[in-house]
Design a protein around this ligand. Structure first.
Ligand SMILES: Cc1cc2nc3c(=O)[nH]c(=O)nc-3n(C[C@H](O)[C@H](O)[C@H](O)COP(=O)(O)OP(=O)(O)OC[C@H]3O[C@@H](n4cnc5c(N)ncnc54)[C@H](O)[C@@H]3O)c2cc1C
Length: 422
Protein backbone atom coordinates (compact mmCIF):
# COMPACT_ATOMS: atom_id res chain seq x y z
CA UNK A 1 0.00 0.00 0.00
CA UNK A 2 1.22 3.50 -0.79
CA UNK A 3 0.36 5.77 2.15
CA UNK A 4 -0.43 9.42 1.53
CA UNK A 5 1.48 10.44 4.66
CA UNK A 6 3.63 8.61 7.19
CA UNK A 7 3.97 10.36 10.53
CA UNK A 8 7.12 9.34 12.41
CA UNK A 9 6.79 9.70 16.20
CA UNK A 10 3.75 9.16 18.40
CA UNK A 11 4.28 11.97 20.92
CA UNK A 12 1.82 14.84 21.26
CA UNK A 13 3.00 16.49 18.02
CA UNK A 14 2.82 13.33 15.91
CA UNK A 15 -0.59 12.31 17.24
CA UNK A 16 -1.93 15.80 16.57
CA UNK A 17 -0.57 15.89 13.04
CA UNK A 18 -1.90 12.43 12.27
CA UNK A 19 -5.37 13.30 13.57
CA UNK A 20 -5.60 16.41 11.36
CA UNK A 21 -4.27 14.53 8.32
CA UNK A 22 -6.77 11.72 8.87
CA UNK A 23 -9.60 14.21 9.18
CA UNK A 24 -8.48 15.76 5.87
CA UNK A 25 -9.13 12.39 4.22
CA UNK A 26 -5.51 11.27 3.89
CA UNK A 27 -4.41 7.64 4.29
CA UNK A 28 -2.10 8.02 7.27
CA UNK A 29 0.30 5.62 8.98
CA UNK A 30 1.81 6.69 12.33
CA UNK A 31 4.93 4.86 13.49
CA UNK A 32 6.19 5.11 17.08
CA UNK A 33 9.35 3.34 18.14
CA UNK A 34 8.44 2.92 21.83
CA UNK A 35 6.02 0.29 23.15
CA UNK A 36 3.64 3.09 24.16
CA UNK A 37 2.46 6.32 22.62
CA UNK A 38 3.02 9.73 24.18
CA UNK A 39 6.79 10.34 24.23
CA UNK A 40 7.45 12.87 27.00
CA UNK A 41 3.74 13.60 27.31
CA UNK A 42 2.62 10.53 29.15
CA UNK A 43 2.31 9.05 32.65
CA UNK A 44 2.47 5.68 34.38
CA UNK A 45 0.58 4.42 37.39
CA UNK A 46 2.54 2.80 40.21
CA UNK A 47 0.52 1.54 43.18
CA UNK A 48 -2.13 4.20 42.74
CA UNK A 49 0.25 7.13 42.01
CA UNK A 50 0.31 8.66 38.52
CA UNK A 51 3.83 9.71 37.58
CA UNK A 52 4.18 11.90 34.48
CA UNK A 53 7.62 12.62 32.98
CA UNK A 54 8.20 15.29 35.63
CA UNK A 55 5.94 18.14 36.63
CA UNK A 56 3.45 19.05 33.88
CA UNK A 57 0.65 21.62 33.67
CA UNK A 58 -1.66 22.46 30.78
CA UNK A 59 -1.94 26.16 29.92
CA UNK A 60 -5.14 27.61 28.50
CA UNK A 61 -5.40 30.20 25.75
CA UNK A 62 -2.82 28.77 23.34
CA UNK A 63 -2.50 26.36 20.43
CA UNK A 64 -3.05 23.30 22.64
CA UNK A 65 -6.44 24.54 23.79
CA UNK A 66 -7.42 25.32 20.17
CA UNK A 67 -6.29 21.91 18.91
CA UNK A 68 -8.05 20.03 21.69
CA UNK A 69 -11.22 21.98 20.93
CA UNK A 70 -10.90 21.34 17.17
CA UNK A 71 -10.34 17.63 17.63
CA UNK A 72 -13.04 17.27 20.28
CA UNK A 73 -10.57 16.01 22.90
CA UNK A 74 -11.90 16.49 26.41
CA UNK A 75 -9.40 16.71 29.23
CA UNK A 76 -10.18 15.76 32.80
CA UNK A 77 -8.29 18.25 34.95
CA UNK A 78 -8.43 20.57 37.94
CA UNK A 79 -7.43 24.26 38.00
CA UNK A 80 -4.07 24.99 39.58
CA UNK A 81 -4.70 26.82 42.87
CA UNK A 82 -2.59 29.96 43.17
CA UNK A 83 -3.81 30.91 46.67
CA UNK A 84 -1.15 30.00 49.19
CA UNK A 85 1.69 30.09 46.65
CA UNK A 86 5.04 30.77 48.26
CA UNK A 87 8.44 32.12 47.28
CA UNK A 88 11.61 30.68 48.78
CA UNK A 89 14.52 33.04 49.37
CA UNK A 90 17.66 32.50 51.43
CA UNK A 91 16.15 29.42 53.04
CA UNK A 92 12.83 30.90 54.19
CA UNK A 93 9.42 31.11 52.56
CA UNK A 94 7.24 34.17 51.88
CA UNK A 95 3.86 34.74 50.22
CA UNK A 96 4.26 34.96 46.46
CA UNK A 97 3.31 38.43 45.18
CA UNK A 98 0.77 37.38 42.58
CA UNK A 99 -1.45 40.46 42.89
CA UNK A 100 -1.68 43.81 44.65
CA UNK A 101 -2.94 42.40 47.97
CA UNK A 102 -0.34 39.61 48.23
CA UNK A 103 2.38 42.02 47.13
CA UNK A 104 1.56 44.61 49.77
CA UNK A 105 1.17 41.92 52.47
CA UNK A 106 4.43 40.17 51.57
CA UNK A 107 7.46 40.56 53.86
CA UNK A 108 9.70 39.76 50.92
CA UNK A 109 10.28 43.33 49.72
CA UNK A 110 10.67 46.76 51.27
CA UNK A 111 8.13 49.54 50.53
CA UNK A 112 10.01 51.10 47.59
CA UNK A 113 10.62 47.64 46.14
CA UNK A 114 6.90 46.87 46.45
CA UNK A 115 6.03 50.02 44.50
CA UNK A 116 8.50 49.04 41.78
CA UNK A 117 7.24 45.45 41.75
CA UNK A 118 3.63 46.66 41.45
CA UNK A 119 4.59 48.68 38.34
CA UNK A 120 6.47 45.75 36.83
CA UNK A 121 3.64 43.27 37.47
CA UNK A 122 1.16 45.78 36.02
CA UNK A 123 3.31 46.19 32.89
CA UNK A 124 3.60 42.41 32.48
CA UNK A 125 -0.12 41.98 32.93
CA UNK A 126 -1.44 44.93 30.96
CA UNK A 127 0.99 46.30 28.34
CA UNK A 128 -0.18 45.61 24.76
CA UNK A 129 1.58 42.38 23.86
CA UNK A 130 3.03 43.91 20.67
CA UNK A 131 4.73 46.56 22.77
CA UNK A 132 6.68 43.90 24.68
CA UNK A 133 9.95 43.76 22.75
CA UNK A 134 11.16 40.75 20.83
CA UNK A 135 14.29 40.85 22.96
CA UNK A 136 15.77 38.40 25.46
CA UNK A 137 13.78 38.35 28.70
CA UNK A 138 16.96 39.28 30.64
CA UNK A 139 17.25 42.56 28.66
CA UNK A 140 13.56 43.38 29.13
CA UNK A 141 13.66 42.70 32.88
CA UNK A 142 16.77 44.82 33.33
CA UNK A 143 14.89 47.70 31.66
CA UNK A 144 11.62 47.45 33.59
CA UNK A 145 12.94 46.29 36.99
CA UNK A 146 16.10 48.22 37.94
CA UNK A 147 16.17 46.91 41.53
CA UNK A 148 17.91 43.55 41.75
CA UNK A 149 15.59 41.97 44.33
CA UNK A 150 12.48 42.92 42.35
CA UNK A 151 14.01 41.62 39.14
CA UNK A 152 14.98 38.32 40.75
CA UNK A 153 11.49 37.73 42.16
CA UNK A 154 9.79 38.52 38.83
CA UNK A 155 12.36 36.40 36.93
CA UNK A 156 11.65 33.45 39.25
CA UNK A 157 7.91 33.65 38.56
CA UNK A 158 8.51 33.90 34.80
CA UNK A 159 10.96 30.99 34.98
CA UNK A 160 8.20 28.85 36.43
CA UNK A 161 5.80 29.56 33.57
CA UNK A 162 8.39 29.27 30.76
CA UNK A 163 10.35 26.38 32.31
CA UNK A 164 13.61 28.09 31.29
CA UNK A 165 16.54 28.91 33.54
CA UNK A 166 18.12 31.09 30.86
CA UNK A 167 16.35 34.44 30.64
CA UNK A 168 18.86 35.47 27.97
CA UNK A 169 17.58 32.65 25.72
CA UNK A 170 13.88 33.34 26.09
CA UNK A 171 11.91 35.95 24.20
CA UNK A 172 10.42 38.56 26.55
CA UNK A 173 7.20 38.59 24.54
CA UNK A 174 6.82 34.82 24.78
CA UNK A 175 7.42 34.88 28.55
CA UNK A 176 4.95 37.72 29.15
CA UNK A 177 2.31 36.01 27.01
CA UNK A 178 2.79 32.75 28.92
CA UNK A 179 2.42 34.61 32.22
CA UNK A 180 -0.84 36.17 31.02
CA UNK A 181 -2.15 32.81 29.94
CA UNK A 182 -1.45 31.51 33.43
CA UNK A 183 -3.28 34.39 35.09
CA UNK A 184 -6.15 34.86 32.62
CA UNK A 185 -6.74 31.59 30.78
CA UNK A 186 -5.71 29.35 33.64
CA UNK A 187 -3.42 26.42 34.23
CA UNK A 188 -4.76 22.89 34.79
CA UNK A 189 -3.35 19.77 36.38
CA UNK A 190 -4.54 16.60 34.66
CA UNK A 191 -6.32 13.90 36.65
CA UNK A 192 -4.32 10.71 36.12
CA UNK A 193 -1.35 12.67 34.70
CA UNK A 194 -0.47 13.43 31.08
CA UNK A 195 -1.47 10.00 29.81
CA UNK A 196 -4.96 11.53 29.54
CA UNK A 197 -3.75 14.02 26.95
CA UNK A 198 -1.99 11.35 24.91
CA UNK A 199 -5.01 9.03 25.14
CA UNK A 200 -7.35 11.80 23.96
CA UNK A 201 -5.16 12.66 20.96
CA UNK A 202 -4.66 8.97 20.14
CA UNK A 203 -8.45 8.45 20.14
CA UNK A 204 -8.84 11.44 17.82
CA UNK A 205 -6.23 9.98 15.44
CA UNK A 206 -7.82 6.51 15.47
CA UNK A 207 -11.26 8.03 15.00
CA UNK A 208 -9.91 9.90 11.94
CA UNK A 209 -8.85 6.55 10.43
CA UNK A 210 -5.12 6.75 11.17
CA UNK A 211 -3.28 3.40 11.32
CA UNK A 212 -1.29 3.73 14.56
CA UNK A 213 1.56 1.27 15.17
CA UNK A 214 3.92 1.14 18.16
CA UNK A 215 7.32 -0.58 18.54
CA UNK A 216 8.23 0.57 15.00
CA UNK A 217 11.65 2.18 14.85
CA UNK A 218 11.96 4.20 11.66
CA UNK A 219 15.57 3.94 10.45
CA UNK A 220 15.55 6.29 7.50
CA UNK A 221 13.46 8.56 5.32
CA UNK A 222 13.93 7.73 1.63
CA UNK A 223 14.01 10.81 -0.57
CA UNK A 224 15.56 11.73 -3.89
CA UNK A 225 14.45 15.28 -4.47
CA UNK A 226 11.04 14.24 -3.12
CA UNK A 227 9.88 11.85 -0.44
CA UNK A 228 9.48 8.20 -1.45
CA UNK A 229 8.96 6.42 1.85
CA UNK A 230 10.58 5.30 5.09
CA UNK A 231 12.61 2.27 6.16
CA UNK A 232 11.39 0.30 9.18
CA UNK A 233 13.27 -2.85 10.30
CA UNK A 234 15.01 -2.99 6.93
CA UNK A 235 11.69 -2.84 5.04
CA UNK A 236 10.75 0.08 2.83
CA UNK A 237 7.25 1.47 3.29
CA UNK A 238 6.15 3.75 0.44
CA UNK A 239 4.42 7.09 0.92
CA UNK A 240 4.09 10.49 -0.77
CA UNK A 241 4.83 12.63 2.26
CA UNK A 242 6.45 12.31 5.66
CA UNK A 243 5.83 14.30 8.82
CA UNK A 244 8.75 13.88 11.21
CA UNK A 245 7.45 14.38 14.75
CA UNK A 246 10.76 13.51 16.43
CA UNK A 247 13.47 15.71 17.99
CA UNK A 248 15.74 17.87 15.79
CA UNK A 249 18.80 15.58 15.99
CA UNK A 250 16.72 12.49 15.23
CA UNK A 251 15.09 14.31 12.30
CA UNK A 252 18.52 15.14 10.87
CA UNK A 253 19.84 11.62 11.26
CA UNK A 254 16.71 10.09 9.65
CA UNK A 255 16.95 12.37 6.61
CA UNK A 256 20.67 13.14 6.28
CA UNK A 257 19.58 16.78 5.92
CA UNK A 258 20.67 19.86 7.82
CA UNK A 259 17.48 20.93 9.59
CA UNK A 260 19.14 23.54 11.76
CA UNK A 261 19.56 21.43 14.91
CA UNK A 262 22.98 22.97 15.63
CA UNK A 263 21.46 26.41 16.17
CA UNK A 264 18.77 25.24 18.63
CA UNK A 265 19.38 25.24 22.39
CA UNK A 266 17.17 22.70 24.18
CA UNK A 267 15.48 23.63 27.45
CA UNK A 268 16.28 21.02 30.11
CA UNK A 269 15.37 20.26 33.70
CA UNK A 270 15.97 17.77 36.43
CA UNK A 271 12.94 16.37 38.28
CA UNK A 272 12.23 14.38 41.41
CA UNK A 273 8.68 13.07 41.90
CA UNK A 274 7.93 11.36 45.21
CA UNK A 275 4.89 9.29 46.20
CA UNK A 276 4.14 9.94 49.89
CA UNK A 277 1.62 8.17 52.12
CA UNK A 278 1.04 11.58 53.71
CA UNK A 279 2.35 15.10 53.17
CA UNK A 280 4.39 16.23 56.20
CA UNK A 281 3.82 19.99 55.66
CA UNK A 282 0.56 20.61 53.75
CA UNK A 283 1.17 24.39 53.73
CA UNK A 284 4.18 23.89 51.47
CA UNK A 285 2.51 22.74 48.27
CA UNK A 286 3.48 25.46 45.76
CA UNK A 287 6.91 27.00 46.31
CA UNK A 288 9.03 28.84 43.76
CA UNK A 289 12.74 29.31 44.48
CA UNK A 290 14.20 32.77 43.85
CA UNK A 291 17.88 32.31 44.66
CA UNK A 292 17.72 28.61 43.75
CA UNK A 293 16.11 27.72 40.39
CA UNK A 294 13.51 25.22 41.63
CA UNK A 295 9.75 24.78 41.68
CA UNK A 296 8.15 22.52 44.28
CA UNK A 297 4.56 21.49 43.69
CA UNK A 298 2.07 18.97 45.06
CA UNK A 299 -0.36 18.58 42.17
CA UNK A 300 -2.22 15.75 43.91
CA UNK A 301 -3.72 18.38 46.23
CA UNK A 302 -6.19 19.14 43.43
CA UNK A 303 -5.66 16.54 40.70
CA UNK A 304 -6.42 12.84 41.13
CA UNK A 305 -2.86 11.54 41.10
CA UNK A 306 -2.58 9.68 44.42
CA UNK A 307 -4.73 7.47 46.65
CA UNK A 308 -6.96 9.21 49.22
CA UNK A 309 -4.87 10.85 51.96
CA UNK A 310 -1.59 10.29 50.07
CA UNK A 311 0.33 12.82 47.97
CA UNK A 312 2.45 13.02 44.86
CA UNK A 313 5.00 15.79 45.40
CA UNK A 314 7.45 17.03 42.78
CA UNK A 315 10.41 19.32 42.56
CA UNK A 316 11.92 20.50 39.32
CA UNK A 317 15.26 22.23 38.93
CA UNK A 318 15.61 24.32 35.79
CA UNK A 319 19.01 23.68 34.19
CA UNK A 320 21.39 25.87 32.23
CA UNK A 321 22.09 24.40 28.76
CA UNK A 322 25.34 22.63 29.73
CA UNK A 323 24.37 21.76 33.31
CA UNK A 324 23.35 18.36 34.71
CA UNK A 325 20.88 17.64 37.46
CA UNK A 326 21.80 16.31 40.87
CA UNK A 327 19.45 14.21 42.98
CA UNK A 328 21.02 15.48 46.21
CA UNK A 329 20.04 19.08 45.39
CA UNK A 330 16.43 18.08 44.78
CA UNK A 331 16.29 15.98 47.95
CA UNK A 332 17.63 18.98 49.87
CA UNK A 333 14.59 20.97 48.71
CA UNK A 334 12.33 18.19 50.00
CA UNK A 335 14.27 18.15 53.31
CA UNK A 336 13.68 21.86 53.73
CA UNK A 337 10.03 22.05 52.64
CA UNK A 338 8.79 18.64 53.75
CA UNK A 339 10.94 17.53 56.71
CA UNK A 340 10.22 13.86 57.52
CA UNK A 341 9.28 13.06 53.88
CA UNK A 342 11.70 10.12 53.78
CA UNK A 343 9.59 8.28 56.39
CA UNK A 344 6.41 8.56 54.28
CA UNK A 345 7.98 8.09 50.82
CA UNK A 346 6.94 4.88 49.05
CA UNK A 347 8.34 5.48 45.58
CA UNK A 348 10.43 8.09 43.76
CA UNK A 349 11.18 8.92 40.15
CA UNK A 350 14.33 10.90 39.36
CA UNK A 351 14.92 12.37 35.91
CA UNK A 352 18.46 13.71 35.92
CA UNK A 353 18.38 15.81 32.80
CA UNK A 354 15.32 15.69 30.58
CA UNK A 355 14.53 17.87 27.57
CA UNK A 356 11.49 19.94 28.48
CA UNK A 357 11.38 21.70 25.14
CA UNK A 358 13.47 20.95 22.05
CA UNK A 359 14.53 24.59 21.55
CA UNK A 360 14.50 27.81 23.51
CA UNK A 361 12.18 30.47 22.07
CA UNK A 362 15.09 32.86 21.53
CA UNK A 363 14.36 36.06 19.59
CA UNK A 364 15.77 35.86 16.08
CA UNK A 365 16.01 32.08 16.02
CA UNK A 366 13.51 29.38 15.31
CA UNK A 367 12.39 26.88 12.80
CA UNK A 368 9.17 26.31 10.90
CA UNK A 369 7.49 23.08 9.77
CA UNK A 370 8.59 23.03 6.11
CA UNK A 371 11.95 21.76 4.83
CA UNK A 372 13.73 22.08 1.51
CA UNK A 373 12.81 18.46 0.66
CA UNK A 374 9.40 18.57 -1.04
CA UNK A 375 6.92 16.40 0.85
CA UNK A 376 8.96 16.43 4.08
CA UNK A 377 7.64 18.31 7.12
CA UNK A 378 8.74 18.53 10.73
CA UNK A 379 6.86 19.20 13.95
CA UNK A 380 7.43 19.01 17.67
CA UNK A 381 8.20 21.33 20.53
CA UNK A 382 11.40 22.51 18.81
CA UNK A 383 9.35 24.34 16.19
CA UNK A 384 9.12 27.85 17.52
CA UNK A 385 9.02 29.93 14.36
CA UNK A 386 5.68 30.66 12.73
CA UNK A 387 3.84 28.66 15.38
CA UNK A 388 5.05 31.12 18.06
CA UNK A 389 4.29 28.79 20.95
CA UNK A 390 6.24 26.97 23.62
CA UNK A 391 6.08 23.58 25.39
CA UNK A 392 3.07 21.42 24.53
CA UNK A 393 1.47 24.40 22.77
CA UNK A 394 4.41 24.26 20.34
CA UNK A 395 4.03 20.47 19.96
CA UNK A 396 0.29 20.56 19.25
CA UNK A 397 0.45 23.82 17.27
CA UNK A 398 3.25 22.61 15.01
CA UNK A 399 1.55 19.22 14.60
CA UNK A 400 -1.51 21.01 13.28
CA UNK A 401 0.58 23.30 11.06
CA UNK A 402 2.63 20.44 9.59
CA UNK A 403 -0.60 18.63 8.73
CA UNK A 404 -2.00 21.72 7.00
CA UNK A 405 1.18 22.12 4.94
CA UNK A 406 1.20 18.44 4.04
CA UNK A 407 -2.42 18.64 2.87
CA UNK A 408 -1.73 21.77 0.81
CA UNK A 409 1.63 20.54 -0.55
CA UNK A 410 1.67 20.25 -4.32
CA UNK A 411 5.06 18.56 -4.46
CA UNK A 412 6.83 21.57 -6.00
CA UNK A 413 10.05 23.01 -4.63
CA UNK A 414 9.61 25.81 -2.16
CA UNK A 415 11.69 28.00 0.09
CA UNK A 416 12.22 26.14 3.34
CA UNK A 417 11.63 27.67 6.76
CA UNK A 418 15.22 27.33 7.96
CA UNK A 419 16.65 27.99 11.37
CA UNK A 420 18.11 31.45 11.51
CA UNK A 421 20.16 33.31 14.03
CA UNK A 422 19.86 37.05 14.43
C1 LIG B 1 9.80 17.63 32.85
C2 LIG B 1 8.90 18.21 31.82
C3 LIG B 1 7.94 19.13 32.17
C4 LIG B 1 7.10 19.69 31.22
N1 LIG B 1 6.14 20.55 31.61
C5 LIG B 1 5.28 21.05 30.72
C6 LIG B 1 4.22 21.88 31.13
O1 LIG B 1 4.07 22.16 32.31
N2 LIG B 1 3.38 22.36 30.18
C7 LIG B 1 3.52 22.05 28.86
O2 LIG B 1 2.73 22.50 28.06
N3 LIG B 1 4.52 21.26 28.43
C8 LIG B 1 5.39 20.75 29.33
N4 LIG B 1 6.41 19.94 28.92
C9 LIG B 1 6.65 19.79 27.49
C10 LIG B 1 5.84 18.69 26.81
O3 LIG B 1 5.90 17.50 27.55
C11 LIG B 1 6.45 18.49 25.44
O4 LIG B 1 6.43 19.73 24.76
C12 LIG B 1 5.73 17.49 24.56
O5 LIG B 1 5.46 16.30 25.26
C13 LIG B 1 6.62 17.21 23.36
O6 LIG B 1 5.93 16.39 22.44
P1 LIG B 1 6.61 16.03 21.06
O7 LIG B 1 5.65 15.16 20.33
O8 LIG B 1 7.09 17.25 20.40
O9 LIG B 1 7.96 15.21 21.41
P2 LIG B 1 8.18 13.80 22.12
O10 LIG B 1 7.28 13.64 23.27
O11 LIG B 1 9.65 13.72 22.41
O12 LIG B 1 7.78 12.73 21.02
C14 LIG B 1 8.67 12.25 20.03
C15 LIG B 1 8.28 10.79 19.77
O13 LIG B 1 9.02 10.32 18.63
C16 LIG B 1 9.39 8.99 18.89
N5 LIG B 1 10.52 8.67 18.00
C17 LIG B 1 11.78 9.21 18.04
N6 LIG B 1 12.54 8.66 17.06
C18 LIG B 1 11.75 7.77 16.41
C19 LIG B 1 11.98 6.88 15.31
N7 LIG B 1 13.16 6.80 14.70
N8 LIG B 1 10.94 6.09 14.89
C20 LIG B 1 9.72 6.17 15.50
N9 LIG B 1 9.46 6.98 16.54
C21 LIG B 1 10.46 7.77 16.99
C22 LIG B 1 9.77 9.00 20.37
O14 LIG B 1 9.76 7.70 20.92
C23 LIG B 1 8.65 9.89 20.94
O15 LIG B 1 7.52 9.14 21.34
C24 LIG B 1 7.26 19.35 29.86
C25 LIG B 1 8.22 18.40 29.49
C26 LIG B 1 9.03 17.83 30.45
C27 LIG B 1 10.04 16.81 30.04
Amino acid sequence: MNWDVIVVGGGLAGLTSAAYLGRAGKRVLLLERAENLGGRGTSRNHEGFDFSSGLHALYGGGAAAEVLGDLGVEISAAPAPIAGALISLEGSTHAMPVGFVTLMASDLLGFAEKVEAAKVLYEIDRAPIDSVPELPLSVYLAAIAPTRRVREVVAAILRTVTYSRSARLVSARVAVRQMRRASRDGVRYLHGGWAGLTAGLARAALHAGVDVRVAQNVERVVHDGRVRGVVVSGQRVACDKVVLAVGPRAAESLTGEDLGADSLVPMRASCLDVALTSLPVPRHRFVVGVDEPFFFNVQSEVARLAPEGAALASVVEYLEPAEHGDRGRLEAVFDRLQPGWRQTAVRAQFLRSITVMGAHPTPGTGRGVTTHVPGLFVCGDWITSGVGEILSDAALGSGREAAHHAVEDSGHEREPARARVA
